[in-house]
Design a protein around this ligand. Sequence first.
Ligand code: ADP
Ligand code: MG
Length: 240
Amino acid sequence: MKIEIKDLHVEVEGNEVVKGISIAIEEGEFHVLMGPNGSGKTTLSRTILGHPGAKVTGGDILADGKSILKLGADKRAKLGLFLTFQNPVEIEGLGLMNFLNTANASLKEKGSFREFMTDVKDTARELDLKDDLMGRSLNYGFSGGEKKKVEVLQLRLLKPRIAILDEPDSGLDVDAVRIVAENINKFRQETGAGILLITHYSRILNYMKPEYVHVMVNGKIVEEGGKDLVEKIEKEGYKY
Ligand SMILES: Nc1ncnc2c1ncn2[C@@H]1O[C@H](COP(=O)(O)OP(=O)(O)O)[C@@H](O)[C@H]1O
Ligand SMILES: [Mg+2]
C-alpha cells in the first residue's frame, strides 16, 4: 500500500491549519514528522484518517493511486490505515477487552477468539501493562503512560499496513519511552508496515531508525532529510 498526500490544504473551524503538504508513505518505509506545537501535525494525521472536523479545501490523499477523501474513517481503517491518538479518549462502560475484540473482528477475518486473547495477553505483557487493565473501561482513569501503551497495544494487535503515530512518546517516563519504541519497532519487523511517527522530541528516536524525516512548521514542510536532521533540530531548535 502507498499513501500519497498531495498539496493538501486543511481548515479547522475556518482557519487554514495545513497549508500545502505533500508526503508519500509506502509500506515498509519509516517516516518521522517533527515540528513545534501548533504546526498542524495532529490536524494532518486526523485528516488522513478522515476526522469530520478537518475540512480539506485543496489537494488530495491517495491510497494506491485512488482518492480516499470521500471514504469514512471506517473504510480507511479497512484499507489498512491506523492512527494512534495524541490524547486517547476515555470511554466509561466500554471494556478494554471488548473494544479490542470488536476492533479486531471488524478489521480481520474471523480467527479464534482464544488465540486473540492469548495475543492480547502476551503483547500487553511486552508493553509492561498490568493484567487488571484488561477488565477496565477503555482509558477510563488510566495514567498517561497506560493510555499511550494501550494505543501501541492496538497497533500491534490490529496490524495495519500504514500506521500514523501521533506523539506516542509525549508524557512518558524514560522506561516507558523505551518500551513504546521497542514495541513499535517490533510491530514494524513483524508486519513490514509503513510508519509515520509524529513527535517533537528526538528522545524516542534514540531507539529507532527512521529513514525519512520531514519538518513541519506553521502548516508547511520546511525541511526534509534523513536521521541527521533530528540531531540538527536537537542542537539548533526549530529555526525556520
Ligand atoms: N478543534 C479546533 N478548533 C480550532 N482550532 C483548532 C482545533 N484543532 C486544532 N486547532 C488549531 O490548529 C492549529 C494546529 O494544531 P495541531 O494540529 O494540534 O498542531 P500540532 O499537532 O502540530 O501541535 C493550532 O493553532 C490549533 O489551535
Ligand atoms: Mg499534535
